[in-house]
Design a protein around this ligand. Structure first.
Ligand code: NI
Length: 227
């Protein structure tokens, strides 16, 4: 499932992050790449343990925590500590690749199976040219460039790339989610059911149909989840 999460961060939160990034240290993105990605990865990242990264990570995780659809759409079991990258100048692209299946968090040793990939856009789209996240879906490609503060979640299994940035700088936060429900199709079905139940409840209140379908949702989640 590919899904657009709107307003994970508001404009005040984005302004704080952009301010933090003004004098942040950057290092070569290749440092954390697997062997295949190493060959095509040409960007910069904030060191995972830098003060700027720690502050931004806290802000992003707090935004996800209160987002109305993040939990329902991802059913998170583990979230890899978010990182921030920059595409600009000579280090401006990331060729086609699939993310490593398992990521190890540097300090804690936390292992995360990358069921879901997430990119949270930090720079206003009009401030840079190029930089689209391009996700392959069979014979089609989806080009994604979102407002600052919005995020996209997409299957960790997909081939994707970032188009070269030809003006300005693309700043984004990226991370992975291991879901309690590993299978993408089951997760999507649960998400659609949950969203439909919520709109049914908004329209009709807590009637017997809403109660019954809520039971079905939780019983499916019980059957399919791994906590
Ligand atoms: Ni990737």
């Amino acid at each position: 499932m590919i899904f657009h999460l709107k307003n994970v961060l508001d404009q005040t939160g984005i302004a704080t992050i952009l301010d933090t990034l003004n004098d942040a240290p950057w290092s070569a993105g290749r440092e954390s790449a697997g062997r295949q990605a190493y060959a095509v990865k040409n960007n910069e990242q904030l060191p995972h343990d830098s003060q700027a990264m720690i502050a931004i990570r806290k802000q992003v995780l707090a935004g996800l925590d209160v987002h109305p659809q993040f939990f329902s759409a991802t059913l998170p079991r583990r979230v890899f500590p978010p990182r921030v990258n920059r595409y600009s100048g000579e280090t401006n692209s990331f060729g086609a690749h699939v993310d490593n299946a398992i990521r190890f968090a540097p300090d804690t040793g936390l292992r995360v199976r990358t069921d879901i990939s997430c990119t949270l856009f930090l720079a206003p789209p009009e401030s840079y040219d190029g930089g689209e996240l391009i996700i392959c879906e069979g014979q089609f490609e989806r080009h994604v460039k979102l407002a600052a503060g919005d995020a996209i979640i997409y299957p960790g299994t997909s081939v994707h790339r970032v188009a070269p940035v030809t003006r300005g700088q693309r700043l984004a936060c990226f991370f992975w989610i291991e879901s309690m429900v590993r299978e993408d199709d089951r997760r999507q079905l649960l998400f659609e059911l949950d969203q439909t139940i919520m709109s049914l409840r908004d329209t009709n209140g807590e009637d017997s149909h809403a109660v019954s379908l809520t039971g079905t949702y939780h019983n499916l989640l019980r059957m399919w989840s791994n906590t």
